[in-house]
Design a protein around this ligand. Structure first.
Ligand code: SF4
Length: 334
């Protein structure tokens, strides 16, 4: 709770009247769209996720970066494109998540991009597998303006950790977190806030008590236990934990599985923000890992045109009418 309060205060300090007004317009148009079953969009994106790179040092089994299975081009975000997007969106953007697929710290200009967004008064966060947190890098992160660092650590022993984070080194991750907390303390800064994220699976669920103890000793700011998305959930998977409180899926009978949450014909995310791939494609959300629903290309079109384009409106319309017709929306808890 304390961490959420500190994060919220920082977030609010980046808001402007224009951003708040924009948010209210988005909310209002979202509610009216549901009412009329017709996509009205009055504001502009209040959040964006931008992908620093598709490269990754690990081989996680439910991730196209890890599996090297992308059907779209792979590469590194270039600063020039990034800065163009920030300048086009900074008046309405309140939260920038510098992450989609891949490990952000593999982009050599990553922290310069964070700094640029921060200087343009945008709250920034990122997610990392924490294999690159040496002392020099940690000092640079602390002074970059980054406000939230989400660290993925899904096991408390190497044997369990590497079952999902294939190729990962738990000692390195834990050492990185330790350096980070200690350097941040020395710098007397409260930021970035460190959120330890643990994807609960059938393999690691027994380690939750030990994980909680470790997180407390390390003084991480927050521990989040997350459910895992599984591509082929209908036939079950070893990744589904036995404690279904940590699962997005439930038995459907006949050995089959189904999504726990009922699919509703709505999605606030389509009004709230968008995801941008490393090469500037705007896609609806982070479930579109292979960019199958490209709404526009920022290399050639301004963001405001893409946000209200026909393809975006058709997508929003389909969501309001029958979401089950969109493949990516069938396995989504939104
Ligand atoms: S998958 Fe569909 S329902 Fe889920 S967040 Fe994306 S657009 Fe919305």
């Amino acid at each position: 709770m304390k961490n959420q309060w500190i994060t919220a205060k920082a977030f609010i300090s980046y808001l402007t009247l224009q951003k708040v007004w924009n948010y209210l317009l988005l909310q209002l148009s979202f509610q009216l769209s549901r009412w009329f079953q017709k996509p009205l969009i009055w504001g502009k994106a209040t959040t964006l996720s931008i992908e620093p790179t598709t490269s990754c040092n690990l081989r996680c089994p439910e991730c196209p970066s890890g599996l090297r299975s992308f059907t779209r081009p792979t590469g590194m975000l270039q600063e020039q494109l990034f800065e163009k997007v920030i300048l086009q969106t900074k008046s309405h953007l309140s939260w920038l998540h510098l992450y989609f697929q891949g490990e952000p710290f593999l982009n050599p200009r990553f922290l310069e991009m964070v700094r640029f967004a921060d200087q343009n008064k945008i709250f920034t966060s990122t997610s990392t597998n924490a294999h690159y947190l040496d002392e020099k890098k940690v000092k640079a992160i602390i002074t970059s303006g980054l406000k939230q660092l989400i660290v993925s650590m899904d096991g408390i022993t190497q044997e369990i950790y590497e079952q999902y984070r294939i190729g990962g080194n738990l000692e390195k991750v834990q050492e990185g977190i330790k350096i980070f907390i200690s350097e941040r303390e020395k710098s007397k800064s409260q930021f970035p806030r460190v959120v330890l994220q643990f994807l609960v699976t059938g393999q690691n669920e027994q380690q939750i008590p030990a994980l909680k103890q470790w997180a407390k000793e390390m003084k991480v700011d927050e521990l989040q236990l997350k459910t895992t998305q599984i591509y082929d959930f209908e036939n079950g998977s070893d990744l589904i934990p036995s404690d279904l409180g940590y699962s997005r899926y439930a038995p459907a009978g006949n050995g089959k599985w189904k999504l726990k949450k009922k699919l509703e014909n709505k999605c606030w995310r389509m009004w709230q923000g968008a995801v941008v791939t490393w090469d500037g494609k705007v896609v609806p959300c982070c479930f579109d890992k292979n960019a199958e629903h490209v709404m526009g290309e920022l290399s050639t079109q301004p963001f405001r045109d893409i946000w209200k384009s026909n393809s975006y409106q058709l997508f929003r319309n389909q969501l309001l009418l029958d979401r089950s017709q969109i493949e990516i929306c069938k396995n989504c808890t939104e």
